[in-house]
Write a protein that binds this ligand. Structure first.
Ligand code: NAD
Ligand code: DAU
Length: 358
């Protein structure tokens, strides 16, 4: 039996797929639509791996998903296929509703039909992992306690609203049909293969090129940061031993303001980029118009997954950030290879309209 990973050519998906195969955990089918965020180059090292199959398809295509579930006798679905960038969801929310809501619905329907056909051990062991985000909980005040699994859903962007809708559908499929769904709500990931529309890879890309480092608003919005490998480990643990129907918050216990993150990266770049001088990269920081509806703070209480499943992060923010900056410096051609017309159009749409404030 194999597992089905959707969105395996994206950032978290590529890291998950590579690590799964490196650990020799069994056959894996990767279904990906290859949007601008999907990149098969990330997975070229496993092209010839007998345990790996790639299928170019859309999660909204219920019939294809059901066919794959039957053909590969799938034991679990890990859904990482999504539209994921908050700013893009503000510019153009339609695709977020299609993939994140209708796509999750199509996957759930295919999974339900397949699950109903399973018997004995195959039925007992089947799992559907819904990989979600801390953004569904909305924004925290500075002194508020961190999000727990019981926090209310208060999404503020089209992206987080679409993820919240998907989470609710997953919950309903467990309650109504008994489909063995488990949900993870994770904080901000960073690491290799992240598309340079997100803060950390964008700052590395622009810093290396001597371009401005755009910080939205006053730079004091807080995110909790988790190295991508630690998130993948959390997903594997939930898949293996999580309680069916349960939800698990996943976080790095590493709250930082955006300005702290960017300044830390500037200091690493000063030390790592040949010929750079102290303070050179901080000089590129530029405050630009804020994101509409910009959540002020996210923080995750990850005590449930730590206590129940023995998970904890292996990277601190400092070690993970150093590794990440080094990966991008060592793989500059990776960043160049995705700088297609689509990417340049996005930079123009998102940044040229934001008036430079300093
Ligand atoms: P990503 O944008 O890097 O990759 C998404 C992948 O999904 C791409 O390979 C894309 O081609 C594929 N895809 C998009 N639409 C599809 C469709 N209709 N059918 C099939 N494939 C499709 O995303 P990511 O950052 O790796 O996030 C993966 C998941 O983890 C998402 O559900 C996201 O909400 C969640 N998450 C991400 C973070 C983070 O910080 N990146 C944190 C918490 C949760
Ligand atoms: O919290 C988990 C979420 O983290 C995931 O669900 C999302 O898929 C993922 O994209 C991420 O969302 P964010 O909006 O927090 O990530 P992003 O990298 O876009 O932005 C991080 C912070 O940095 C946020 O407060 C906005 C700010 N920012 C971002 C960009 C791209 C800037 O100040 N300047 C920028 O140019």
């Amino acid at each position: 039996m194999a597992i089905l990973v959707t969105g395996g050519a994206g950032f978290i998906g590529s890291n998950f797929v590579l690590e799964w195969l490196r650990l020799g955990l069994g056959p894996l089918v990767n279904l990906d639509k290859l949007t601008y965020a999907g990149n098969l180059r990330n997975l070229s090292s496993i092209d010839d791996d007998a345990d790996y199959t790639f299928v170019h398809a859309d999660i909204c295509d219920r019939d294809t998903v059901l066919q794959l579930l039957n053909e590969h006798r799938i034991s679990a679905i890990v859904n990482l296929a999504a539209e994921t960038h908050v700013d893009r969801s503000i510019h153009d929310p339609g695709e977020f509703l299609r993939t994140n809501v209708q796509g999750t619905f199509a996957l759930l329907e295919a999974a339900r039909a397949y699950y109903d056909s399973l018997v004995d051990e195959a039925r007992t062991n089947f799992r559907f992992i819904n990989v979600s985000t801390d953004e569904v909980y909305g924004s925290l005040d500075a002194d508020a306690p961190a999000f727990t699994e019981d926090s209310s859903y208060r999404p503020n962007s089209p992206y987080s609203a679409s993820k919240a809708a998907a989470d609710h559908l997953c919950r309903a499929y467990f309650s109504t049909y008994g489909l063995p769904v488990l949900t993870t709500n994770c904080s901000n990931n960073y690491g290799p293969f992240q598309f340079p529309e997100k803060l950390i890879p964008l700052v590395i890309r622009n810093g290396v090129r001597g371009e401005s480092l755009p910080i939205y608003g006053d730079g004091c919005n807080v995110r909790d940061w988790l190295y991508v490998g630690d998130h993948c480990d959390a997903i594997r643990r939930v898949l293996e031993s999580g309680q069916v129907g349960g939800t698990y918050n996943v976080g790095g216990d590493a709250e930082r303001t955006n300005i702290e993150v960017v300044e830390a990266m500037c200091d690493i770049l000063d030390e790592s980029v040949a010929g750079a001088t102290p303070g050179q990269h901080r000089g590129l920081i530029s405050f630009v118009a804020d994101r509409p509806g910009h959540d002020r703070r996210y923080a995750i209480d990850a005590s449930k997954i730590r206590d129940e499943l023995g998970w904890q992060p292996t990277e601190s923010f400092e070690t993970g950030l150093q590794k990440t900056v080094q990966w991008y410096l060592d793989n500059e051609e990776w960043t160049q290879s995705i700088e297609t017309g689509e990417y340049r159009d996005w930079l123009e749409a998102n940044y040229e309209l934001r008036a430079c404030r300093s």
